[in-house]
Write a protein that binds this ligand. Sequence first.
Ligand code: 13P
Length: 255
Amino acid sequence: MKKEVRKTVIAGNWKMNMTPSEAVAAVKETASLTAGKDGCDIVLCVPFVDIAPAVEAAKGTNVKIGAQNVHFEKKGAFTGEVSADMLTETGVGYVIVGHSERRQYFGETDETVNKRAKAALDAGLTVILCLGEVLEQRQAGITREIVSMQTKLDLAGFTAEEMKRVIIAYEPVWAIGTGLTATPDQAEEVCAIIRGVVAELYGGEVAEATTIQYGGSMNDGNAKELLAKTDVDGGLIGGASLVPEKFARIVEAAQ
Ligand code: 13P
């Protein structure tokens, strides 16, 4: 596997944290601490109301701003939802789709994840597609089956060309916010399984070029070991992305 042909992407998922003023301060600090670190792409996925001020604060820096969700319809009576065109017009380049918290608490299914991702791709956004097994599935020995099925269902109908704007984030649900990180070998094993499924669907060349991140209690202490793995092309970071110094050290580990 040729890691050098892929882009390493270190992305923060702020989840429901940071008011707009806090967001501006955190983006500025993250940008100044990561200035000149060109060995990876740096993305912060922020709450909807933080997007406009965050985009403004990130101007002229190497920090890119992303959103955490997108609706699949272009417009209409969908109270509380945000369309892909709304995101692109505010300067967002990335959007997380299918995070396990959305699947667990907000009824997202592989079908809605696929539709949301498709809408984002149609609007020109880069999608960070999250998938991963829950603890019971890992303990039952069906991680391979679960992530393979999610990969196939979530990517259904996407073209090879569209895959250039799809980042897959392998996030074992049992590792999210628990302090329980997958070992580098566990992360590598499942990222390689996902890459294998992408190869089945799109061929080896697309699979080799697809960025596959690990997420789940990644921090400045464990990032280097995880990122050293051949099939781990970056991280999707929750808690540690809220602290610019910690996030910057993860970016440093990716250089
Ligand atoms: P933590 O890094 O807080 O475990 O969160 C991971 C995550 O869910 C990123 O999307």
